[in-house]
Design a protein around this ligand. Structure first.
Ligand code: C5P
Length: 299
């Protein structure tokens, strides 16, 4: 018999999809050290899940494949998001009573696909729904960016172009695409990757053109964080080669790594590749999924 769903019975359920940087250019650096970027971002059907219910006192529980890694880490963006939202609501005289939050952690930790940021964004969305509360957009956005540079884009949760430090966001039209996510099960430190960047001033992306297919457009773009991440984590090169050997249309690293993604023409091809790779590399993480498609103006 399958295990019972750890999220059944919760009053509010939120999905926390993986964030994929399909391309990422580092085009400058602010005086506070944060980097200016341009990134084409999408989200996947695969991700973490969050359940929220009223409770006698605040409670945070975890399940899922990567629950242990997060618990050991000690710090988590879910409880930070809860505390900051509650403090902001208090200033408006809105009530934010105790809550049980359960996180099903399906995404690898510190892996360049925004797991913690997705969880923080899902927590903000879920708590506003549970508490039937509302915050002015600028205050909500300030909480999001204060939790992490990727949290604002995770709040949008549909294909987008991000600029600035990731907080200047334009939604995009993009199709849903079959994808394999792959991780060598080695965490990579985001600050260390930024520090190892050879140049902080790289070529900006050419504007997205009308008729070109996404795979062909993306093939011309790059992730500027991939070379420094490969230096720090040699497994990324091996992982990327094994993905390329499956006949993927495009293979690239997401964010500061080490997760790489591969695009395929069909779900069958993505599923077959993930299954084959899982047999060849049983200690690495592979999952076949799809990106979330969106039409501009629908969010
Ligand atoms: O904002 P977040 O906590 O996700 O960022 C982690 C680290 O990544 C920052 O402390 C910073 O070193 C680096 N970073 C950066 N420029 C960005 C985003 C993150 O330098 N745009």
């Amino acid at each position: 018999m399958p295990d019972a769903d750890p999220l059944s019975g919760f009053a509010v359920l939120e999905r926390a999809p993986a964030k994929i940087n399909l391309a990422l250019a580092i085009v400058g650096q602010r005086e506070d050290g944060y980097h200016l970027l341009e990134s084409l971002v999408t989200f996947t059907a695969y991700g973490d899940r969050i359940g929220l219910s009223p409770a006698a006192e605040d409670l945070f529980t975890l399940s899922g494949r990567f629950a242990e890694a997060l618990a050991a880490d000690g710090d988590n963006l879910v409880t930070r998001a809860r505390d900051r939202l509650r403090a902001a609501l208090a200033k408006h005289g809105q009530s934010a009573p105790p809550v049980h939050i359960h996180l099903e952690k399906n995404l690898p930790i510190a892996s360049g696909i925004g797991g913690g940021s997705a969880d923080a964004a899902a927590t903000l969305r879920g708590l506003l729904a549970l508490w039937q509360a509302d915050l002015p957009k600028d205050e909500r956005d300030a909480i999001a960016i204060g939790l992490g540079a990727d949290v604002p884009m995770c709040l949008v949760g549909q294909p987008l172009m991000a600029r600035g430090v990731g907080d200047s966001i334009t939604p995009l039209t993009m199709p849903s695409m079959p994808m394999v996510l792959a991780n060598p099960m080695v965490g990579v430190s985001t600050p260390a990757v930024f520090k190892a960047l050879a140049s902080k001033h790289n070529q900006p992306f050419v504007p997205v053109t009308g008729r070109e297919g996404w795979v062909s457009l993306l093939s011309r773009l790059r992730n500027d964080l991939e070379p420094p991440a490969r230096q720090l984590c040699p497994d990324i090169a091996a992982l990327s080669e094994s993905l390329s050997a499956t006949g993927a249309d495009l293979v690239r690293m997401s964010g500061s790594g080490a997760t790489c993604f591969a695009l395929y023409k069909s779900d069958d091809a993505a599923q077959a590749a993930a299954a084959d790779l899982g047999r060849q590399h049983p200690h690495w993480f592979f999952v076949a999924t799809r990106t979330i498609g969106a039409t501009h103006g629908t969010h």
